[in-house]
Design a protein around this ligand. Structure first.
Ligand code: PXL
Length: 269
């Protein structure tokens, strides 16, 4: 018998293993956290069409079935941390929101994946609005990237640490969640800057920009999954944010190249 912590990810599959549920499970495992998955969609990039997303949603009843069996197998005392990744459609968002309301989790880590290439713009807009209305209020920890930070805060441009901090504060005030807003490579200078805001502290996290301009996929999924894993291990949200930033920085340093036009994070580093 073991008292290994358990964490759940509600996420999509990205077949090549660079993003989504595959990244979440690898990250959980690397932290010594037992992972389970409720799969929301299947993404297959299309190498014949500029590596755009081919996106297939999982039937809402099948998502509900997965969440039913997971929460029955692991009661609240055992499974207290859920990470939410790509949901992809309004009906999926509705299904997941209902499950989160039916059974409370101590920590709900939301990676607010807003746009998915290959989806109809109209459908994506519905999805963004549903995510903001139904899932964001249930989150205890949110990890928006640069674009998502603009969208969730309503700020039109984020080009400085001060603007990133202001946006993170707005998102914190709207959601009540701890916010780790990621500047990534989008702020000028040679550092990848993230801002952490909760009710008590505002902190700036810095790491050197890595990758020589190469695109690295999966960093957002890895970061949010590492936050979830550290919370499952008993860290405070601020401790989890710092440890997750270190974990993803190491994973980017040891990134993997492939025939795809982007590198991916190596969680095993
Ligand atoms: O990185 C965002 C993301 C999350 N989840 C899945 C994805 C992607 C990006 O491709 O495919 C399943």
């Amino acid at each position: 018998m073991t008292s290994t912590p358990v964490a759940l990810t509600i996420a999509g599959s990205e077949a090549t293993g660079g993003a989504g549920a595959q990244v979440d499970l690898k990250t959980f495992q690397q932290h010594g956290v037992f992972g389970c998955v409720a799969l929301t969609c299947i993404v297959s990039f299309d190498p014949k069409n500029d590596w755009n997303h081919r996106f297939v949603p999982v039937d809402p009843q099948v998502i509900a079935d997965q969440l039913e069996v997971i929460t029955t197998a692991y009661p609240a005392e055992q499974l207290d941390v859920v990470k939410i990744g790509m949901l992809g459609t309004p009906i999926t968002i509705q299904t997941v929101a209902e499950a989160l309301e039916a059974r409370s989790f101590g920590h709900v880590v939301l990676d607010p994946v807003l746009i998915c290439k290959g989806q109809e713009p109209g459908a994506a807009l519905d999805t963004d609005e549903a995510l903001k209305a139904k899932v964001l209020p249930l989150a205890t920890f949110v990890t928006p990237n640069h674009f998502e930070t603009m969208s969730l805060s309503g700020l039109g441009a984020i080009e400085t640490v001060e603007q990133l901090t202001e946006a993170a504060r707005i998102i914190h005030e709207r959601s009540g969640a701890a916010v780790l807003a990621k500047g990534g490579v989008h702020l000028p200078g040679d550092e990848a800057i993230d801002v952490y805001v909760d009710g008590e502290r505002t902190e700036v996290l810095r790491a050197p920009k890595l990758g020589d301009g190469a695109q690295v996929a999966g960093a957002g999924c890895t970061l949010a999954a590492a936050v979830a894993a550290r919370l499952a291990l008993g860290d405070s949200p601020w401790e989890a944010a710092q440890a997750a930033k270190d974990f993803v920085t190491r994973g980017i340093e040891h990134r993997l190249s492939s025939g795809a036009p982007f590198d991916v994070v190596w969680q095993g580093a």
